[in-house]
Ligand binder design. Structure first.
Ligand code: ADE
Length: 228
């Protein structure tokens, strides 16, 4: 099965490099996912190709008009059924690994990348099935949030990561667990030494050390994030 993700954006160029580099590129080459970015402007039907307008009730800035979104989204929805229509917004549910796992089971996903305060609310009302915030801060628009969601979902599709990159023992994968740190050569660099135990070859000791470190880092992580 190939997952399909459609993104609608007023600034499609934003996606060019991130979606065509490294693992997201490889996922497409392996036919694990099809990624499409739709240019909102292609769905503007007035002769000036206008996609924004002044907000009713006043206020600074311009809003993305509803019609191009409706045109594009309805066309896509006529062609296939979408399991999720994701609307990135600071007012949405906080994104986490559990949501990424859920989205990774979908066949078709649509992401509407608007701008905070920059999109006519009727688009959200009509189409959004999942309103998602990627964190308690304000981005310039939904594009980076869309990329965060795409990246975290696509890497979970079976066959996207190689065994050595496996998502199975990631930090945060089973419950909220932070992994032990990793080191490679050189064993000593600028006076900083790789922990002796990792170079000992004693697998049992290494396993115990990793578990211990993981416990320490998880406690520290909970403390700095006020969890539990
Ligand atoms: N758009 C602007 N800020 C955002 C955020 N934190 N999460 C999702 N979408 C956004």
């Amino acid at each position: 099965m190939t997952m399909r993700i459609d993104v609608i954006s007023a600034v499609p160029d934003f996606f060019t490099s991130p979606l065509n580099t490294s693992i997201l590129r490889r996922a497409q080459e392996r036919k694990k996912v099809e990624l499409y970015v739709h240019n909102l402007r292609d769905y503007a039907y007035d002769k000036h190709k206008q996609i924004d307008d002044k907000p009713f009730g006043g206020g600074p800035g311009m809003l993305l008009k509803p019609e191009p979104f409706f045109e594009c989204i309805e066309k896509l929805k006529d062609q296939r059924k979408y399991d999720h229509v994701i609307f990135p917004t600071p007012g949405g549910m906080f994104y986490n690994q559990k949501l990424a796992n859920q989205f990774s089971l979908a066949k078709n996903i649509m992401i509407i990348a608007g701008h905070y305060k920059g999109i006519d609310d009727r688009v959200r009302q009509k189409f959004a099935t999942d309103e998602i915030s990627v964190g308690n801060y304000i981005l310039t628009g939904g594009e980076i949030a869309a990329l965060i969601i795409i990246d975290s979902v696509v890497r979970l599709i079976p066959g996207v990561l190689n065994d050595s990159e496996s998502a199975l023992n990631d930090s945060l994968m089973d419950g909220d667990i932070i992994e032990a740190p990793y080191y490679t050569r050189p064993a000593v660099y600028k006076g900083m030494e790789v922990p002796e135990v990792l170079r000992s070859g004693n697998e049992k000791k290494i396993k115990m050390w990793k578990e211990e470190q993981s416990k320490i880092l998880t406690e520290k992580w909970k403390k700095i994030n006020n969890l539990e």
